[in-house]
Design a binder for this molecule. Structure first.
Ligand SMILES: Cc1cc2nc3c(=O)[nH]c(=O)nc-3n(C[C@H](O)[C@H](O)[C@H](O)COP(=O)(O)OP(=O)(O)OC[C@H]3O[C@@H](n4cnc5c(N)ncnc54)[C@H](O)[C@@H]3O)c2cc1C
Length: 500
């Protein structure tokens, strides 16, 4: 007689049965080569850029047409199967992490640029088109797409829309939300839906800003109309050195206070410049406690005038050295260092966790000091790179994910940074979204009533919670278990959080 099956075996059998049911349904709407479900085929999809958290999806589907996307969503809705949309998987908050009993819907084959219209300065592209590919296609017309995440060589416009992504030039040109006119896609029921319009304003309640930054929870995007901007005649970049991070932080506030909106205003601390310089040889000042990169773009006259004004402000704020890029090659070298900050960190540590929070600009020096104290408290190193002009922090905590204790300390370190940012008047996200990474921190940022409003929006689009479930909005129970809950009036229910 056979031994009775264990719980694990029963779960595996149930999973296999569900998988067969889902594959069977999807085979009716997409060709068989568009379906993956064998472990060796689905493993590459088990995480995004937040590699510490992994889950294998039941099935991966790679539709090629809008009809197929609609068919996949309809089939999944009928079976009540969760669906997680996926672009390039470069997200850093676990947003595209699969659901163990769900379908990962990859937009990888939606990679066509449909139209570049230089007269209206717009581009219509499919959701899986890479961010940089849009600017490359627009370049012959003297145009480009302004939001430039450091991952732009790989990340997709569909992912950018879902995360409301930013980049080093967003201080002047705005985030994704400021550069997208229209998003087309499908609801969880597989019905076509359009948000925004190609005109400056759209009739009715404007749902476009709602879909941008909604992390794949409200609809699946298949097509995006973006604004293009003229390539500036000239751009030059200042590298300013400081012997004290506090002075560098204050210099950022001084530049903005002087009424200047640089094309980019970034900051790196000494450990970060050392890691980057070793990797890309950008020409950074390795003696500086922090460096600022400040860019000016426009006509040659505008650039000359602005570079002069910025240099004056930076000198008055205590810059110990100022180098202005002498040509385009040097400017690009300055930026290549900044844009390679994450891979450079990956070279010196088995793993890193990139945090993403925002604080008021004037608190930059305070948060750097708080992070330095946390390095001692949690026994882990942290490198700092900031979109300083936006007050958007990217502390990179170095750890080894194979060491459970280090992972635990890293998570606590990260949560501490986010909660300290909130306490300083900031937010737990800047541009990387909430995903699974920051669910607990959302309990600190929002009251249960505010989180419930977000659930209400989610339910209006997706009554059964099938699109990217378990992400972004924490349940009341989760916040209670986490033991930190914002109560009405902005006070934290947990007593031992730092207040600033
Ligand atoms: C080295 C590195 C540097 C980075 N630098 C930046 C930076 O400077 N600025 C910045 O903002 N981010 C940055 N990121 C984060 C990341 O690249 C962005 O969040 C990016 O927008 C994710 O795009 P993706 O195509 O990889 O999306 P994915 O990671 O595949 O998905 C991200 C989220 O979008 C949803 N999604 C994806 N496609 C769709 C769709 N078609 N319809 C509906 N939902 C969808 C997913 O469900 C998920 O919730 C960086 C990441 C790395 C690894």
């Amino acid at each position: 007689m056979n031994a009775p099956a264990t719980t694990a075996q029963i779960t595996q059998l149930q999973r296999a049965a569900r998988q067969a049911e889902v594959v069977n349904a999807l085979q009716k709407v997409v060709p068989s080569h568009a379906l993956l479900w064998q472990p060796e085929d689905t493993v590459p999809y088990e995480c995004d850029g937040l590699t510490a958290y992994r889950e294998r999806p039941l099935v991966v589907v790679l539709p090629e047409t809008e009809d197929q996307v609609a068919g996949v969503l309809k089939a999944c809705h009928a079976l009540q199967v969760p669906v997680v949309a996926r672009g390039a998987g470069t997200g850093l908050s676990g947003g595209a992490m699969p659901n163990a009993m769900g379908v990962t819907l990859s937009l990888a084959k939606f990679n066509r640029i449909l139209r570049i219209d230089p007269r209206s300065r717009t581009a219509v592209v499919q959701a899986g088109v890479r961010n940089l590919a849009i600017s490359e296609a627009a370049a012959p017309h003297g145009l480009y797409y302004a939001p430039d995440p450091s991952s732009q060589i790989a990340c997709t416009i569909g992912g950018n829309v879902a995360e409301n992504s930013g980049g080093v030039h967003c201080l002047k040109y705005g985030l994704t939300v400021h550069n997208v006119l229209q998003v087309r896609g499908f609801t969880v029921q597989g019905e076509p839906v359009t948000f925004g319009s190609t005109a400056l304003d759209s009739p009715g309640i404007d749902l476009l800003p709602l879909i941008i930054g909604s992390e794949g929870m409200l609809a699946v995007t298949t097509e995006v109309t973006v604004k293009l901007v003229p390539k500036p005649q000239l751009a030059r970049c200042i590298m300013a050195s400081f012997d004290d991070v506090r002075k560098a932080g204050d210099a950022v506030a001084a530049v903005i206070a002087a009424g200047i909106i640089p094309a980019g205003l970034e900051m790196m601390d000494k450990p970060m410049t050392a890691a980057v310089e070793d990797f890309v040889h950008a020409g950074y000042d390795l003696d500086a406690a922090a460096i600022l990169l400040c860019e000016s773009d426009g006509t040659p006259e505008e650039v000359e005038e602005e570079i002069g004004r910025m240099s004056d402000v930076l000198r008055s704020a205590g810059a110990t050295a100022i180098t202005v890029s002498r040509d385009e090659a040097q400017r690009l070298r300055f930026w290549s260092g900044r844009k390679n900050a994450f891979p450079a960190s990956g070279r010196i540590s088995p793993d890193y966790m990139c945090m993403d929070s925002t604080i008021p600009r004037k608190r930059l020096a305070d948060i750097l000091q708080a992070i330095a104290d946390m390095e001692v408290k949690y026994g882990l190193r942290c490198l700092n790179v900031f979109h300083a002009g936006d007050g958007n922090l990217h502390p990179l905590i170095l750890f080894d994910a194979n060491d459970a204790d280090q992972l635990h300390r890293c998570e606590q370190f990260g949560a501490d940074i986010l909660e300290t940012s909130v306490a300083m008047g900031g937010t737990v996200t800047g541009e990387h979204g909430v995903g699974v990474e920051k669910l607990n921190s959302m309990c600190v940022q929002f009251s249960p009533e505010e989180n419930e409003q977000m659930f209400a929006v989610k339910r209006a689009f997706d009554a059964h919670g099938l699109l990217n479930p378990g992400k972004v909005i924490p349940t009341l129970q989760r916040c209670a278990e986490y033991g930190r809950m914002l109560v009405r009036g902005g006070r934290l229910a947990h007593p031992d959080l730092p207040r600033f």
